[in-house]
Design a protein around this ligand. Structure first.
Ligand code: MLT
Length: 326
């Protein structure tokens, strides 16, 4: 029996029974708030709400989501870093936690040591999408259009440090064409304008684009993955469509404020692992083009190691681009 299942067994066997290990109080004994650093209805919100629902079932308590959008996801992170480290305020954030430490040089919180890593959640593919009326039938025509009309075609994103911003940077550097960007508090409001035709392009996660693509309310030109996304079989990869080196996916993780007691971090991690096995969550993730990480990645140790490595990966790229948020 592997170490994971041995660790999982006590948690599963005891799930729903609060652990009386924390001084007098049982955990949780009141509502847990999950901070989402982007607008409601967007990709990070979608992931967080599915996880919150499943963890609530496992913990036998109420887990609610609060959206604290703005400043590329740093406002929600700051709110969590400055919250009481008692397990009642936690954060779902993404690859931004790896870029923000370099992109932002003047933050009111410590973007690395201000948090406990609880566990990884999922890694979401991205899609390059456009408003329905765009005058291009495939990626090569879209690239030619952007080159021809670089001052007129704009690119929506969720602020400096957001996944949509990063992907947009990669697209612009792949084309060597600087574009006009339009920032939002999240890609949910950006999607409204893309569907409405008031912005032209966006690079966004399948958890936010899949249903719009299927409904035909937006156009999809490529995914940023090595292989096609199962939920979007007709959308070619960027490499297939003739744009190599445009591959990025958006990992998500669960965090608690620094100095949250280890027992609580471990209880949250065990509950996250249970949530990632939840059939409803798995089905919904698959519907939206992603899947939960494997159980061994939904641990504090694996998450912290992955996060540190990704900070180190993005630092030289951002420094070379010299694109700082402040
Ligand atoms: C969102 O939830 O709005 C996105 O994750 C924002 C982004 O990072 O592009």
């Amino acid at each position: 029996m592997s170490r994971l299942s041995r660790r999982a067994l006590p948690a599963v066997a005891l799930s729903g029974l609060a652990l009386p290990a924390l001084g007098q109080s049982r955990y949780p004994d009141r509502t847990i708030t999950v901070i989402v650093p982007f607008a409601a209805g967007g990709p990070t919100d979608t992931v967080a709400r599915l996880v919150a629902e499943a963890m609530g079932r496992d913990l036998g308590g109420t887990v609610v989501v609060e959206n604290v959008g703005g400043a590329g996801g740093t406002l929600g992170a700051q709110r969590t870093a400055q919250a009481r480290p008692d397990g009642y305020t936690i954060l779902v954030h993404h690859i931004g936690m790896a870029t923000i430490p370099t992109l932002y040089r003047r933050l009111a919180y410590d973007p690395v040591n201000g948090f406990e890593a609880v566990g990884l959640i999922t890694e979401v593919p991205m899609t390059l999408v456009a408003k329905r009326g765009i005058e291009a039938n495939n990626l090569q025509e879209l690239i030619a259009l952007v080159r021809r009309q670089r001052d007129r075609i704009n690119l929506a994103n969720a602020g400096v440090g957001a996944a949509s911003h990063l992907c947009g940077l990669l697209f612009q550097s792949a084309l060597q064409v600087p574009m006009t960007t339009v920032p939002y508090r999240g890609t949910a409001p950006a999607m409204n304008d893309l569907v409405g035709g008031t912005v032209d392009l966006m690079c966004d996660q399948t958890t936010n684009t899949t249903e719009q693509i299927r409904a035909g309310t937006i156009r999809a030109f490529a995914t940023t993955t090595e292989n096609r996304v199962g939920a979007l079989p007709d959308v070619p990869t960027a490499r297939e469509a003739g744009l190599p080196n445009f591959e990025v996916s958006v990992w998500h993780g669960l965090y608690a404020p620094r100095n949250t007691p280890r027992e609580i971090v471990n209880r949250l991690s065990a509950s996250l692992q249970t949530a990632l096995r939840d059939p409803n969550l798995v089905r919904r993730f698959n519907d939206l083009g992603t899947e939960p990480v494997s159980q061994d990645k939904a641990t504090p140790e694996a998450h912290r190691a992955f996060w540190q490595a990704d900070i180190a990966r993005w630092r030289p790229i951002i420094q070379a681009a010299g694109q700082y948020a402040d």
